[in-house]
Design a protein around this ligand. Structure first.
Ligand code: MCN
Ligand code: CUN
Length: 791
């Protein structure tokens, strides 16, 4: 399926580190069906949990009768909000610090909200007993359209919060409003556009679940859990339950995809823990597909109004944005007042402009909670889509070529490190070179000629571009003020006497290949072959603290920690090698895998020899500890800013509006590339995400708040038939502040690709704007001057 263009630009010709295109260490177990997922965990005496969910989007709970369920012969416990209140666990912090009802007591606030939890001998009995619970609801008018959420007569959804009189969660701003308004006032040209980034779902193949095992004897809770952030979860459980950290072990085994969906804590986890406490048995809870789609963290749902000011020659001067952010019934993102919109900081994209301002209002609605997840780098996806659509609207207004318009406004290489108008410092880049490469790879001029010929024949061919800058590697405390949390990660490396090594990392893999790439980082630094390096992750009892895998932060933060800890080991090995050869360490030089005496390369000790010596063989020099190991905690000095240029070619059927993505060219720059094959896999997945969001995916609701996208029959993720053979290229601009120059890449393609697809479709049909997903019906309507009311 793949045409990979190995066209790295000289002088940064591809020099992947640590054995480059190494096949993934984790794949042999996956291809043999030997992966070990949460649902594979089987413990003696294990019971099974199931959740009763609200059928209504907004209702008062009049009564809950559990008596029939309790008398079911296989039921071991029935948990309601009242049970949890008795235990002081009725409310929990999601990872966001906003509180969410674990189980609804007074009201239900979205369809699918958790109302009760059954623990039974087997899964089927648990499901049957759920049906036996009798809840009497008094329906309330639901608030589904975020644009109505702040109307004076709209019901207050979160009346559980003291003093609350409306549905406003926060108002947030970035940039300089006065300066921006001033530029707009004098600009020759202003183009404005409303757009909706619809609600979408990460839809990992494996749904969420856990096995909770509270050992009644030693009081230790073990939680096998589908989490992207085991340490962060442990801390929150410790804080809520009042247990010390050493009495909680969170194990995140193989994970069938996360994509952000597995960052939050969900009520099912808490209920399984309580179920285990009450029954003194392990309790497994795994949600089904509909539960996952209807009730777990969704993404986007941004109503955006963007304006771009420019000269008639096509110089972009300023950008102004107003956003209404629909966060559902519980604000699933951090720091209600600040963070959700925080990363919207990057709405100026990759362009050098004079002024920018953005105002975001977040509101509650009667929809599932969230507002963060899905390969988004926390709102960069929305921001990139907005600016890349605006630039195309401007090109349309100016009758200019969109590639040329981008080329003349991109930040220039000599401007890095580039201080953005909203407070970031972009670390490095050569944007024009990357755009040029994408255009060359695609054969842009020839494509435009082909398009003209086809148009003359009445065919609708479109070419769409997007250029994105990502902010990943969350991040240093100074910049993460919007979150109120610094993001340092630990790493531990131990070289065994035989020279084999184990590296314990703070992040967790859900398919990104950490077991391979982290071994490669250490291999590069120490010259130990990657197959001799075991990567331990996803178990809080076995790994150092870190904040987890999201925001493509593993490489920027934890990957940096792995390089730093390996360098510490290398430094110590130097001292030991000096002692072994009875020379001063200052006279030694490093060459992959060994220290040798300067001027005499034959006088050397390999890392394996040094490791053995370090374990009792060598008479240690004064003040030097035995063994060959080190620990570190890495505090990133800045985020990393990967970027890329994407080009999409589509054909639209004039009769039906069906869009066919014919080609997709993606040139990514993630700095130093560790494993190009894994990077390509990440990009392929992200591009498929982008095509899905652009063309078919939406979580939609009817006016009563019924979720209309509760299965894969309705929520249409693209299959192999809907995506083209990706054509990939790359450039390499190392990050100057990262120990190995690497930037993250895990979300780049999801962030960058939707705008390219939408731009291509608009180019094909000659329409300024239509909202995603561009289903045949919507495209047809847009072609015929109609607009479907946005959700
Ligand atoms: N990599 C590399 N060279 C670089 C950058 C990255 O070889 N210069 C490799 C890394 O070593 C790692 C992989 O690419 O093996 C992704 O690295 P990174 O960009 O650091 O992202 P994370 O590992 O932190 O993964 C998180 C990111 C996020 S936030 C989402 S969402 C997403 C994504 O990863 N979820 C995924 N990709 C996913 N891929 C799979 N298969 N499953 C998911 O759930
Ligand atoms: Cu925003 S989805 Mo990823 O950061 O886990």
């Amino acid at each position: 399926m793949t045409a990979v263009q190995e066209t790295g630009s000289a002088p940064a010709e591809e020099r992947p580190i640590g054995y480059g295109r190494l096949k993934r260490k984790e794949d042999p177990r996956f291809v043999r069906g030997k992966g070990h997922y949460v649902d594979d965990v089987q413990l003696p005496g294990m019971l099974h949990g199931a959740v009763l969910r609200s059928p209504l989007a907004h209702a008062r709970i009049v009564s809950i009768d559990t008596s029939a369920a309790e008398s079911h012969p296989k039921v071991r416990a029935v948990i309601t909000g009242a049970t949890l209140e008795g235990l002081g666990l009725a409310w929990m912090p999601t990872l966001s610090m906003d509180t969410q009802a674990v189980l609804a007591t007074d009201k239900v606030r979205f369809q699918g909200q958790e109302v009760a939890f059954i623990v039974a001998d087997d899964h089927y009995a648990a499901r049957d007993a759920v049906e036996l619970i009798d809840v009497e609801y008094e329906p309330l008018p639901p608030v589904i359209d975020a644009r109505r959420a702040l109307d004076p007569d709209t019901p207050v959804i979160r009346d559980d919060q003291e003093g609350r009189t409306d549905n406003r969660i926060f108002d947030w701003e970035a940039g300089d409003k006065a300066a921006t308004d001033e530029v707009f006032a004098r600009a020759e040209l202003v183009v404005a556009q409303n757009m909706l980034y619809p609600r979408v779902h990460p839809a990992p193949l494996e749904t969420c679940g856990c096995v909770a095992d509270m050992d009644p004897v030693d009081g230790k809770l073990t939680l096998w859990s589908t989490t992207q952030a085991p340490h962060a979860h442990r801390t929150l459980y410790a804080m809520v339950a009042g247990l010390p950290e050493h009495k909680i072990r969170v194990v995140s085994p193989d994970i069938g995809g996360g994509f952000g969906n597995k960052v939050p804590i969900y009520p099912g986890y808490v209920c399984a823990v309580v179920g285990s406490i009450l029954t003194k048995k392990p309790v497994k809870w795994v949600e089904d597909r509909s539960e996952n789609l209807m009730s777990t963290g969704f993404a986007r749902d941004y109503h955006m109004h963007g304006e771009i000011a420019a000269t008639r020659e096509g110089r972009i001067l300023a950008v102004r944005v107003k956003v209404l952010a629909d966060h559902g019934a519980f604000n699933g993102t951090a720091q209600p007042s600040k963070f959700p919109a925080g990363f919207f900081h990057v709405f100026t994209g990759s362009y050098d402009i004079e002024a920018a301002h953005c105002a975001v209002t977040g509101v509650y609605t009667n929809k599932a909670p969230g507002g963060v997840a899905y390969a988004c780098s926390f709102r960069v996806t929305e921001a990139v889509y907005l600016i890349e659509r605006l630039v195309d609207c401007l090109a349309d207004e100016l009758h200019t070529d969109p590639a040329e318009l981008r080329m003349r406004n991109l930040i220039r290489p000599e401007q890095f490190p580039y201080p953005s108008k909203t407070g970031w410092e972009y670390d490095s880049g050569d944007y024009p070179a990357t755009l040029r490469k994408a255009l060359d790879l695609a054969g842009y001029d020839a494509l435009r000629r082909e398009q003209a010929e086809r148009r003359a024949r009445g065919e609708l061919m479109g070419i769409g571009l997007s250029f994105f800058t990502e902010t990943v590697g969350a991040g240093p405390r100074r910049q993460m003020d919007i979150l109120g949390l610094g993001m340092a990660d630990g790493c531990e490396l131990r070289v065994h006497p035989t020279g084999k090594a184990v590296v314990r990392i703070s992040v967790q893999t859900q398919g990104q290949g950490h077991e391979t790439t982290f071994a490669q980082i250490v291999a590069e630094e120490l010259g130990i072959p990657p197959e001799d390096i075991e990567v331990v992750h996803g178990d809080t009892d076995q790994t150092p603290f870190g904040l987890g895998t999201y925001g493509s932060r593993s490489t920027p933060v934890s990957g940096a920690a792995a390089a730093v800890v390996a360098r510490k080991v290398r430094d110590k090995a130097r001292i030991l090698a000096g002692a072994m050869m009875e020379v001063s360490p200052d006279d030694l030089e490093w060459e992959k895998g060994r220290w040798f005496v300067r001027g005499d390369p034959t006088a050397a000790r390999t890392i394996q020899e040094i490791a053995l010596a370090a374990h009792g063989v060598l008479e240690l020099p004064e003040g030097v500890e035995g063994h060959l190991e080190a620990t570190t905690v890495y505090n990133p000095p800045n985020l990393t800013f990967p970027y890329g240029a994407y080009l999409c070619v589509v054909d639209v059927d004039p009769g039906t509006g069906v869009v066919k993505v014919r080609r997709f060219v993606a040139v990514d720059d993630c700095g130093t590339r560790i494993n190009p094959m894994i990077i390509e896999g990440q990009v392929h997945g992200g591009l498929a995400d982008g095509v899905g969001m652009a063309l078919s995916e939406i979580i939609s609701f009817d006016e009563d708040g019924n979720c209309l996208s509760g299965s894969f029959m309705d929520y249409l993720v693209p299959t192999a038939l809907e995506v083209p053979a990706w054509e990939l290229g790359y450039t390499v601009t190392p990050s100057p502040h990262h120990p190995i120059g690497a930037k993250g890449v895990g979300e780049s393609a999801t962030v960058g690709s939707p705008a390219a697809v939408v731009n291509a479709v608009m180019d094909a049909i000659g329409v300024r704007h239509a909202d995603m997903p561009l289903t045949p019906g919507r495209v047809w309507l847009a072609m015929h001057g109609g607009v479907e009311a946005p959700q």
